[in-house]
Design a protein around this ligand. Structure first.
Ligand code: GLN
Length: 491
């Protein structure tokens, strides 16, 4: 098997045994990028030169007997909203085209300290606003399972890269489903940690009370390994929590037979594609065979989650994106007639339609006359949604549900109908509003060959339980690790 097709876990073990070198693995991944990324379009920036230097350094570190981590010498890609010193960080926006940060995000410096190889930066919806990666200012990313379809979003580059084997694993960010939904569309594992589990320092902010960075991987074991490297308190992010980081990988095989698993009725409602429902229900039956106990539960405020999220996320975005004024970062419009005109033209020309729509919605929700009716009300409903979860978690350890009501849709199908795009987030955003950890694990394919994801949701900071349940399910179901047939490849 080509090295680029291996999981992180397997490469870690083979590197440990000295069977392969990081340089060989890294060369293999760049060969793969050269072969398929023009078709898939996962990368915005490919950083081969520096990656090869990092690979040599990792091999040297091993030779010298220095401390090794599971990611030492492993080629990993980054969503393009993670700040990388000296390497372009565009957030998929013309506004930041050419912007090179002065510093690394905390997750990036943790990866570097752990000896990882950074392959480059991955495409995304502009400022992480979207569910299809079609909102990137630069180019589309195609779903490796069907090039006529979207990879999902906003971390579509991160999930398409793992699916097409142009990175061994990647990092994405999940504000309202942006890791889990594209992971489900691309047939890979995508995990959103608890809010506060991973530092957001150096993550370009979209909605600060919701944003969280997480791993995108081929398998659950790989997610456990990668989370172990990036998780933990960071004094530079006051919302990161000072709780010990468990041995996520070491805990995967612990038993799950006494666990209580809830199935929320509202997540199987109208609009759920029958093939998605069938695959997720089959997944539940397979998990029941481990001895875990299933019960039906209710999250009654689920219906309000989309409206709540799109008020709060846009309000926070309108404030966070005020900093792009043509003065401090990136793009500045030319031919402006004075300062105010420069602000106006820069923002009019630098932001795409979806970002402008969100800034206007958010500004409206926060404005003096409407604050109580919209922003405050949405905060109150957020509390109700969180309480729904608190109640069901009093009797359950985890919840199981679909990730997205449908499999990957075609390019152009929803992009001109923002409301239908927003509505498809219904099964992922309640988790963000409540700050919970959740994961998407492959659970089958439609008749047309499109991947389907199964979502597992856990209590705050119960990543260990979440990953353990996901791992056991994955072992039984066996859908992880499959590869799409990309055009031009021999069968
Ligand atoms: N679809 C959500 C949105 O457009 C996803 C955002 C995210 O998680 N970054 O807001």
């Amino acid at each position: 098997m080509e090295l680029y097709n291996c999981s992180l876990e397997e490469l870690w073990q083979r590197l440990e045994k000295g069977e392969v070198s990081s340089l060989e693995v890294t060369r293999s991944v760049f060969k793969r990028i050269a072969e398929v990324d023009e078709t898939v379009g996962a990368y915005l920036e490919i950083d081969e030169k520096r990656a090869l230097v990092q690979a040599e350094a990792a091999d040297e570190r091993r030779r010298q007997g220095q401390e090794i981590t599971p990611v030492t010498g492993i080629p990993l890609g980054l969503k393009d909203l993670l700040s990388t010193a000296g390497l372009k960080t565009t957030c998929g926006s013309k506004m930041l085209a050419g912007y090179r940060p002065e510093y690394d995000a905390t997750v990036v410096s943790r990866l570097r300290e752990a000896g990882a190889v950074i392959t480059g930066k991955l495409n995304m919806d502009e400022f992480a606003m979207g569910s299809s990666t079609e909102n990137s200012s630069f180019k589309p990313t195609r779903n490796p399972w069907d090039l006529k379809r979207v990879p999902g979003g906003s971390s579509g580059g991160s999930t398409a890269a793992v699916a097409s084997a142009t990175a061994i694993a990647t990092l994405g960010s999940d504000t309202g489903g942006s890791i889990r939904q594209p992971a489900s569309f691309c047939g890979v594992v995508g995990m959103k940690p608890t809010y506060g589990r991973v530092s957001r320092y150096g993550l370009v902010a979209f909605a600060s009370s919701l944003d969280q960075i997480g791993p995108v991987t081929l398998t659950v074991a790989d997610a456990a390994l990668l989370l172990g490297v990036i998780a933990g308190h960071d004094e530079r992010d006051s919302t990161s929590v000072d709780l010990p980081v468990a041995d996520y990988y070491g805990g995967l095989k612990n038993e799950i037979k006494d666990l209580r698993i809830g199935v929320p009725a509202e997540y199987f409602g109208a609009g759920l594609d029958p093939e998605v429902e069938a695959a997720v229900r089959l997944g539940c039956r397979q998990m029941a065979a481990t001895g875990a106990r299933f019960e039906d539960v209710s999250l009654p405020h689920t219906d309000y989650a989309v409206a709540t999220y799109y008020l709060l996320a846009t309000a926070e975005a309108s404030s966070n994106l005020a900093r792009y004024d043509g003065v401090k970062y990136g793009f500045r419009a030319e031919d402006a007639d004075g300062l105010i005109d420069m602000y106006r033209k820069t923002r009019a020309q630098g932001f795409g339609d979806e970002v402008k729509r969100r800034i206007m919605l958010g500004t409206y929700a926060l404005s003096a006359g409407y604050y109580d009716a919209y922003y405050r009300k949405a905060q109150q409903v957020r509390t109700l949604i969180t309480r729904d979860f608190d109640k069901v978690f009093a009797g359950c350890d985890v919840l199981v549900a679909p990730v997205c009501p449908t499999p990957a849709f075609a390019f152009g199908e929803k992009v001109d109908d923002p409301l239908s795009m927003y509505l498809s987030d219904i099964l992922t955003i309640p988790v963000n509003l409540a700050g919970l950890p959740a994961i998407s694990v492959p659970c089958g394919f439609t008749k047309a060959g499109l991947p389907i994801g199964l979502q597992i949701i856990a209590k705050p900071f119960a990543e260990e339980t979440l990953l353990k349940v996901a791992w056991h399910y994955e072992q039984m179901a066996g859908w992880s690790g499959r590869r799409p047939q990309l055009a031009g490849e021999a069968v």
